[in-house]
Design a protein around this ligand. Sequence first.
Ligand code: DGT
Ligand code: CA
Ligand code: CA
Ligand code: ZN
Length: 576
Amino acid sequence: MNKNEIASILDEIAVLLELNGENFFKVRAYQSAARTLQTMDEELGVVIGESRLKQVQGIGDALSKKIEILYKTNELKYYNDLKKLVPSGLVEMLEIPSLGAKKIKILHSELKIDNIEKLEKACRAGEVKVLDGFGEKTEERILVGIKTRKAYKKRHLWWRANMIAKPIIEGLRSLKEVDIADCAGSLRRGMETVGDLDFIVASESPIPVMNWFTSRENVAEVTAKGETKSSVRFDTGLQADLRVVPFEHYYFTLHHFTGSKEHNIKMRHRALKLGFSLSEWGLTPEKSITEKPIKEIQSEKDLFEKLELNYIPPELREGRDEIEEAGKGQLPHLIEEKAIRGVFHNHTTASGGNNTLKEMTFAAESFGWEYFGIADHSKASFQANGLNEERIEKQIIEINKLNNSKTFKIHIFTGIECDILADGTLDLAPSILSQLDYVVVSVHSSFSLSEDAQTKRIIRALEEPNTTMLGHLTGRLLLRREGYRINEHKIIDAAIANGKIIELNASPLRLDMDWRLWKHAAAKGLLCSINPDAHNTKNLDYIQAGVLTARKGGLTEDNIFNTRSLSQVKSYLSNK
Ligand code: DGT
Ligand code: CA
Ligand code: CA
Ligand code: ZN
């Protein structure tokens, strides 16, 4: 790490210390060390090399050690531990201009506010202005700050963006002026996060369509309004463009704004090679002026056909190798949600979930699945009240009873999400794991191991005979937390070599393992399980995001474990 990077970590430590109620002098020591680093003329490496860092004015013994560690290893246990200690919502509150650590601490201790949502509620209820040192003006400024922050928050989870987009598409389609409407852009391509929404409409009378769009209840601001394009910002900060075009342009425009940019560039090249110019308006012959432009097409499929390509589903349009494959008729036949016959990795009230085993199973049955796997946490995940041996045995008995009594039509599999301990051994002994139908192994601790150690740790867990599949490969939380450092390729190879499955965790916050890795991994023989990681009955819907991400990864039904029938799964699990 260089001087500035280290300085910004020291500043962050100061903030965390302050939020954690540490004394003023300690906080200031970190701040002044950060300033010293930033203004230091000498090379940090030289100063460290000559062991002179602790002599620098403003950097003492303890701090110089921490700086050296950061310089050499790029990480610091003290910092990582501190981050875990302070609720992330408090740190997020610092992004509101009128709030510093001191005020946030008061809000936390007086009103138990630990995230921005609670803060907004408290301000609206007038609970903040009465606190010492706050007042009416401050409360107002906080509310404005929250609003602006929402507006400029850059990206949004696909799931949330889709929740906003869906009723708009339906609404647009129901307008009598609208011939046809869809959402384009990254949402349609099924990207894990979305920058903004792009709606495309075919209509001969754009004005009422624009009026409808800009007057939705959740529109916070109309940033542009015209006959061909309008833009709005919703109250969550998500922005959206709506483009209205005549029908003859519609599929060209839809294709163009679906993108991606890389896909579009390659498509334009292909068009040129075939003697056409492709744009958002249509396809025009390049050479002969006597030929009429091709305008009227009835679908995107027609557009691809004009370029001698098979239809490319939006999820694949990333400019990777989809155009070459479509030209050779070699596109994969992507998995569809109806091919899913059950799910593994679901939690119950036994370990941090909100619904009981029976409630979860009842909900799973309504999906029409043949089987349903329960995988509560294991004992090392004590924050989640993970199961010990005794509770696992009880749960097995409970599930066997439900299966035997045919309380449900769906078959319940007994599983566990077993913690991978820091050394790569499993949290539970083989004697108990072998009593379960399957075992998901996951990392929930020691996130800051080196890439090499973390990789070895996970591979060791994959080599355990009782392991069935690996949960959330990187542990990333989209837009919130980077994953732990690992060598994905080595882990994929180890999973294949040991005959283990890797899950595609379908939680919209995870979508882990990343779609970019699947195609190659599956070609090498990796089997995928799409797992909702449901903590309540509603979360089972996440299977939709999981299937979309699997499609984006180019996966087919054959690549997915949970498209297999109950009897196939039973025999797979009993042969392991
Ligand atoms: P986002 O909104 O950041 O999640 O990503 P997109 O893909 O939705 O990007 P956006 O909204 O900027 O534009 C939508 C599509 O429009 C994009 O995927 C491809 C097309 N497009 C936008 N700008 C360009 C460009 O400069 N060149 C080309 N070829 N296509 C573009
Ligand atoms: Ca977009
Ligand atoms: Ca856009
Ligand atoms: Zn987990």
